[in-house]
Design a protein around this ligand. Structure first.
Ligand code: PLP
Length: 395
């Protein structure tokens, strides 16, 4: 008998590990591997935010805080929602966790009973299905088509709903595709959800501030009839280049927020007091960084997409958000190239050309791969050259 619990046995090891482990081994062996797998901005945390953290240490803000966030940070989050999303919350409708990931984890731990279903549109962020499984629920994966920019349609949503559906996850802009839902698309999906009154919506807005081409961000809690059933998750990780500080937050129904606090009180307690002070400055301080950084990401997105589309056998949509693209490599799979699937494609790309990307099947959709362009233009130029030579060698 294994010491490992049955609950944990249901969770799969991360499918992205194979590529990242191999890339690490190759680097250790002195190979010049270009990593396009990272899920974090390559920019440093802005100085005003670092300064706020140093001041917090010097002032003695180094003790336990309220379990689910300091009143100061909750007030900054409340102001953010009013300012940017026209959404108003009481402080007891807001929770702060150790990263957006903990907010998600706590939400599902707090609300799922055995067999409850959560609709997860694919391609999805790799952690959703496993967090749902850990919490005893059932991820209901709905594959979304490239021809609809990998987005969930009202028809697909309607078909996926059963008596057991408890939650729908929406992630816009999306990891791994960068696709972003317009106000109109959210309104169309909302019509189905308004009719199905028992379903809650988890809106993962973590990439809200990484948007291009003047795209107007809209989040589902802005639909009045759904606000009382929506938990909006967001955080400072991606917006302010603060992945290591571990601050995420959620806003929504009081009952869920209270239950999340209960779990947090018996697990991690409060997120770091110093990181919370830094997050207050991130939200209340100057927002100039966001604009400058997005311009730089846009230049990289345009370069990567335009050049991928020049490579025979690949095709790539131009997404409106996040720092990922999700090229289609189906034409390079099969008998002619002797590559059975996208996993073999990324493995061979790494072995032969030393570029590390992640296979689409890790995100629930075969025949694609994910590139993170959160790296320097110099790296991207080299990587594109290598991907081109690799694909040409297959053709
Ligand atoms: N949601 C999505 C879609 C993500 O890509 C990530 C991080 O990669 C998270 C949530 C979690 O972010 P955090 O670092 O705040 O835990």
């Amino acid at each position: 008998m294994s010491i490992v619990s049955n609950n944990l046995k249901r969770v799969k090891p991360s499918p992205t590990i194979a590529v990242t482990t191999k890339a690490r081994e190759m680097r250790a062996a002195g190979k010049d591997v270009i990593g396009l797998g990272a899920g974090e901005p390559d920019f440093d945390t802005p100085d005003n935010i670092k300064k706020a953290a140093i001041e917090a240490i010097q002032k003695g803000d180094t003790k336990y805080t309220a379990v689910d966030g300091t009143p100061k940070l909750k007030k900054a989050i409340r102001a953010k929602f009013i300012r940017e999303n026209n959404l108003s919350y009481e402080l007891d409708q807001i929770t702060v966790g150790t990263g957006g990931k903990q907010v998600l984890y706590n939400t599902f731990m707090a609300t799922l009973n055995k067999g409850d279903e959560v609709i997860v549109p694919a391609p999805y962020w790799v952690s959703y299905p496993d967090i749902i499984l850990l919490a005893g629920g059932r991820p209901k994966i709905i594959k979304c088509d490239e021809k609809n920019n990998f987005k969930l349609t009202p028809e697909k949503l309607k078909k996926a709903i059963t008596k057991k559906t408890k939650w729908l996850i929406l992630n816009s802009p999306s990891n791994p595709t960068g696709s972003t839902y317009s106000k109109k698309e959210i309104e169309e999906i909302s019509k189905i959800l308004i009719k199905n009154k028992k379903i809650y919506i988890l809106s993962d807005d973590i990439y809200e501030h990484i948007l291009y081409d003047d795209f107007n961000f809209f989040t589902i809690a802005q639909i009045d009839a759904l606000k009382s059933r929506t938990l909006t998750m967001n955080g400072v990780s991606k917006s302010y280049s603060m992945t290591g500080w571990r601050i995420g937050y959620g806003a929504g129904p009081k009952e869920i927020i209270k239950a999340i606090s209960k779990i947090q009180s018996q697990s991690t307690s409060n997120p770091s007091s110093i990181s919370q002070a830094a997050a207050v400055e991130a939200l209340n301080g100057t927002q100039e960084f966001i604009k400058k950084r997005s311009d730089s990401f846009k230049e990289r997105r345009d370069f990567v997409v335009d050049n991928l589309n020049k490579i025979k056998g690949l095709s790539c949509l131009k997404p409106e958000g996040a720092f990922y693209v999700f090229p289609n490599c189906k034409k390079l799979l099969g008998k002619k190239t002797k590559l059975k699937n996208d996993q073999e494609f990324v493995q061979k790309l790494l072995e032969k050309s030393q570029v590390a990307v992640v296979q689409g099947s890790a995100f629930g959709l075969d025949g694609y791969f994910r590139i993170s362009y959160a790296t320097s233009m110099e790296n991207l130029k080299k990587a594109i050259e290598r991907i081109k030579s690799f694909c040409e060698s297959l053709n």
